[in-house]
Design a protein around this ligand. Structure first.
Ligand code: URA
Length: 209
């Protein structure tokens, strides 16, 4: 008897048609090796009718332990900046390009490690399904990893940030920096960079509702 061919499909392909069913299926995702050391899958959250979807890089330490996206220091900056432009976290959908925390241990500290291309590609099917189900009118790519996942290629953030691009029919794309960049900039540039970030996010305002 012939053995059947191995199942090479991505788990996202048969994870159902709701965000809840995707989230459930993603808890057991083995599409790359990042699940091995992470505490849990951190799936997207927010309004399932959101007209704006924000895409970050990957969960950080706090997100990994709580299971929710953007609840750590970068999340605080993001929430603050959204409030500054009159957008509440409740009315948007927030997710990440990569759904497991990648880190290296330094002593007892888990230090963030940037995902490599293969990990971004392995996780893309989840993001794609989130986009299909939420059907936002605007996607905001927060930083290089999100832009890489969405566009399928690396994109210089500095030259592409702060303008509305076309992502797909009926879906615009706004690229800006990752909020954790604002945590790292020298003190003397922090206000200016934060203002720049808020100005970028301001372009999202007309997409609300
Ligand atoms: N950084 C991200 O890109 N996503 C999070 O959820 C938290 C920090």
């Amino acid at each position: 008897m012939k053995t059947p061919p191995p199942d090479t499909s991505h788990p996202a392909e048969h994870a159902g048609n709701t965000i809840a069913s995707l989230r459930k299926a993603a808890t057991n995702c083995r599409a790359c090796h990042l699940w091995e050391h992470a505490t849990q899958t951190v799936f997207g959250e927010g309004s399932s009718h959101a007209s704006i979807m924000l895409v970050g890089e990957q969960p950080g330490d706090r997100e990994d332990t709580t299971g929710h996206p953007f609840v750590g220091p970068a999340g605080s900056i993001l929430s603050h900046a959204l409030t500054a432009v009159g957008i509440s976290r409740e009315e948007v959908y927030v997710t990440n390009a990569v759904k497991h925390f990648k880190f290296e241990l330094r002593g007892k500290r888990r230090m963030h490690k940037k995902p490599i291309d293969a990990e971004i590609v392995a996780c893309h099917a989840w993001l794609q399904r989130e986009i299909e189900l939420i059907a936002p009118r605007l996607i905001i790519a927060l930083g290089a990893t999100a832009a890489r996942s969405l566009l399928g290629r690396t994109t210089p953030i500095k030259v592409n940030r702060g303008k509305l691009l076309e992502y797909a029919t009926g879906i615009s794309l706004l690229i800006t920096v990752h909020p954790s960049f604002l945590l790292r900039v020298p003190e003397e540039n922090k206000d200016e960079e934060y203002e720049h970030f808020v100005n970028d996010l301001n372009l999202a305002k007309p997409f609300l509702g």
